[in-house]
Design a binder for this molecule. Structure first.
Ligand SMILES: [Zn+2]
Ligand SMILES: [Zn+2]
Length: 135
């Protein structure tokens, strides 16, 4: 009887060890998988209505969801970005924009003619053509 109890205890301990190892493996392996494939961060959007010009940040996921529900990236490539509704002026005139890391201006890519797409119309800074940052 006592021998059986010991055996059961050993089995319980072994199972607990396997379960614990499994949880640890799951946690270390699974860390970040929830975020994998999901866009993170934020994107700047701006209202193209000259009377409004409202600019605000949305999550990258929100933007991707909007894009996907409006034909997906292919549609965007073919006929340009579909505007989102502006929460301020209620016009369908909100497009993805960029924020200048130098002066903080929010602008549409390609605003500055003859320059890189990401050139800021405010201060002329362009991350893609700027010299590499000193480390
Ligand atoms: Zn607006
Ligand atoms: Zn700037």
């Amino acid at each position: 009887m006592e021998e059986n109890a010991k055996k059961i205890l050993l089995i319980v301990v072994a199972v607990a060890c396997i379960a614990a190892a499994g949880i640890i493996t799951y946690k270390t392996m699974g860390g970040g998988t929830t975020a994998a494939g999901q866009p993170t961060g934020k994107v700047w959007v701006k209202c193209n209505n000259p009377k409004c010009g409202h600019e605000y940040e949305i999550s990258a996921k929100e933007y991707t969801d909007f894009m996907m529900s409006n034909g997906g990236p292919r549609q965007f490539m073919m006929s340009g970005a579909v505007p989102m509704k502006c929460p301020k002026c209620n016009e369908d005139s909100v497009f993805k924009a960029m924020k200048c890391e130098k002066c903080g201006k929010v602008f549409f890519p390609g605003t500055v003619e003859g320059k890189a797409e990401d050139t800021c119309p405010g201060c002329g800074y362009s991350p893609s053509t700027a010299p590499a940052k000193k480390t």
